[in-house]
Write a protein that binds this ligand. Structure first.
Ligand code: G6P
Ligand code: 1S3
Length: 612
């Protein structure tokens, strides 16, 4: 695979050395969501093309984030260094240095708070010049306006000092970074602007509230809807950014439709999201890693379920879904419905398999459920005694068989265990066993009674009954290595599972299935997710490569649930050999999504910007 990567890289376009590229994003050195992954994973391939001295990332400065992500520069003799010093002298709190990620790109970070004394003036001009009305008292909008103002000043300074020529490109991601665009155009700075939206805010709100979102898309009135959802300032920033940029782009066809109808400009081109696949590459290790992590998940499952009833771990599959808690948008509703149908199908077919399905998301909770933690602690006690017995029997067996004279006879192992240990084991096992059903949720939720996932499980009686072939573990927090239940991070967890389920209803791109692919894990997504739509259009044999895409375009929930349930049911019937071969194919297919391949769309956008 490395050789193929190299080939892809050598095909790269040689971008002129003197061209300078600035990428501006709220998530530079500041992790919020998926845009962080886009920018960060892209850095090594961008630097390879542009050279480290021609590429600059621009983002907000937040002290706590900077401490973990940012190394201040020592050399300010470069043009950018000088611009930063000049801005500092004028009272801006601006920082220059490197982002501590692969590729170590140069970054310029602006502290939004440093111009808060000028906020009313900044807002006044945003309204007067571009019709963007930012109200008082909105913390995020205040920060975004203050950040945008400083970025615009920075470009003004660079251009006034002959840094800019017609080969300077500034690429802005998402509305939080877009504010400087109209100003750059109005002042006729020698900068070519590209704006990429990774969603539209109005689209997200409408999708959450209208199940016929895609059908109704051509008929919405953006102003009415923006007022209704109280997001007018953001809609205005998005529109000004989209209309002002020399080149306007988004991440997928599905989001391009939103742009046409809600922002009033059809994107010039699509920039599909990639990953730095090399970071995931495990090659022949993928199978071993799967088994190692699966063993750890087995441990959790034994502690959690076996105190109520056991099942055969060798015939158990781990499914999972994960992401922000947007019940309909992320397709949790559809996943649950399909799992309920799968449960029924497996029972009807007399399947001897068990599916444990994890929901990993973030919901307000008080703490871990004490019973879940207790069960985990108790099984660790059981394991402790088993280890003691193993050691005792091991030593005694060895002594016995080596010291016996005469004909060989296998000793009675039972007699080799002290009564004390036998009793201890029996007590531990007895106190661990329970007649209660295994919990479906691992934490105590703040709003247990109204939680949509729990309510679905209650009403469909999917409560981890002994006879259920599909079991549920709802973990309302993201997974990290400090988590006492799993003791691993998210990327490890993914490798230990068998299938990811992400049948989103609203998803401009969606990194979760792509991350699965890169980790050698098959997954299901929908053609309303940008990634799924891309796969359908560009990878004809996607199913053979572990990328299952369900159709959600007709808005028919029950048909889509049945389609998903059938995919899951077919997956359950696969043999171990099928699953092993699929994992290899997934990892291999993920190469398509390496930035060394998908970076070409960015190159095209920059070429077009330079031509305009
Ligand atoms: C890898 C290992 C096999 C193991 C298999 C489990 O391929 O090399 O020894 O049996 O994973 O796969 P499964 O899909 O059953 O978890
Ligand atoms: C957006 O982040 P989100 O999860 O709010 O941008 C991501 C990167 O382009 C994209 O993957 C995701 O679908 C969008 O929704």
């Amino acid at each position: 695979m490395k050789a193929v990567l190299k080939n892809l890289k050598s095909e790269k376009r040689d971008v002129e050395n003197k061209t300078k590229l600035f990428e501006v994003a709220w998530e530079v050195c500041n992790q919020v969501g998926g845009i962080y992954t886009v920018i960060r994973s892209k850095v090594p391939s961008v630097i390879e093309k542009w050279g480290v001295d021609n590429y600059f990332l621009v983002g907000p400065y937040f002290e706590d984030q900077a401490a973990a992500h940012f190394d201040p520069a020592t050399d300010y003799s470069t043009p950018i260094g000088k611009a930063v010093l000049e801005m500092q002298a004028r009272g801006f709190d601006v920082h220059y240095g490197q982002w501590i990620v692969s590729g170590r790109p140069n970054v310029v970070l602006f502290n939004p708070y440093s111009v808060y004394d000028k906020l009313s003036e900044i807002k006044h001009y945003l309204y007067q010049d571009y019709n963007i009305s930012i109200p008082d008292g909105d913390d995020l909008l205040d920060k975004v306006a203050a950040f945008g103002f400083q970025v615009k000043e920075f470009f003004h300074y660079l251009c006034a000092n002959d840094f800019c020529d017609n080969n300077t490109i500034a690429h802005f991601h998402e509305w939080m970074a877009g504010i400087p665009i109209p100003g750059i155009r109005k002042s006729n700075l020698k900068i070519k602007t590209v704006f990429t939206t990774h969603a539209t805010l109005l689209g997200r709100y409408l999708a959450m509230n209208d199940t016929g979102f895609y059908q109704n898309l051509p008929f919405y009135n953006w102003e009415e809807e923006a007022n209704k959802f109280n997001v007018r300032p953001i809609a205005e920033i998005e529109r000004a950014s989209a209309h002002g940029a020399h080149v306007f782009t988004t991440v997928s066809d599905v989001t391009a439709q939103e742009c046409t109808y809600l922002l009033g400009r059809t994107p010039d081109m699509l920039l599909p999201n990639g990953l730095n696949i090399e970071r995931f590459e495990a090659l022949h290790q993928i199978q071993n890693q799967h088994v190692q992590v699966k063993d750890k998940i087995h441990e959790f499952v034994m502690g959690h379920f076996f105190q109520s009833y056991p099942f055969d771990l060798d015939k158990t599959l781990y499914f999972f879904t994960s992401g922000r808690y947007e019940y309909q948008n992320k397709g949790y509703d559809l996943t649950l419905e399909a799992l309920a149908r799968l449960n029924w199908k497996m029972q009807q077919a007399g399947s001897d398999m068990t599916v444990v399905s994890f929901f990993i998301t973030k919901r307000p909770f008080y703490s871990f459920n004490p019973e879940v933690l207790q069960s985990k602690a108790q099984i660790e006690d059981v394991r402790g005694v088993v280890d003691e017995i193993t050691e005792q029997v091991g030593k005694r067996l060895y002594t016995e068989i080596t010291s016996k004279e005469g004909a060989y006879e296998f000793p009675n192992l039972r007699e080799m265990v002290d009564d004390y240990l036998r009793l201890k084991l029996r007590r531990n096992v007895q106190s661990w066993k329970t007649k209660n059903l295994p919990k479906v949720v691992t934490h105590t939720l703040v709003d247990d009674a109204k939680d949509e996932i729990l309510n679905f499980l209650r009403s469909s009686n999917m409560v981890n009954n002994r006879h259920d072939r599909v079991k549920i573990v709802y973990h309302p927090d993201f997974i990290s290595t400090t988590n006492p239940l799993f003791k691993m991070d998210y990327t490890q967890f993914v490798r230990g599972c068998h299938l990811g389920i992400f049948p989103s209803m609203y998803e401009p791109w969606g990194y979760t299935p792509l991350e699965c692919l890169a980790s050698g894990l098959p997954s299901v997504t929908s053609n309303l997710a940008g990634f799924g739509d891309y796969v359908v259009k560009n990878i004809p044999d996607h199913e053979d490569r572990g990328m299952y895409i369900i159709d959600r375009t007709d808005g028919n929930f029950h048909r889509a649930a049945e389609e998903l349930a059938n995919i899951l049911f077919n997956f359950v019937q696969k043999t171990r050999r099928d699953r092993i071969s699929l994992r290899y194919k997934c990892e291999e297919s993920s190469l398509h999504f390496d930035w060394s391949n998908l970076g070409k769309y960015y190159d095209k956008a920059y070429e077009t910007a330079l031509e305009r």
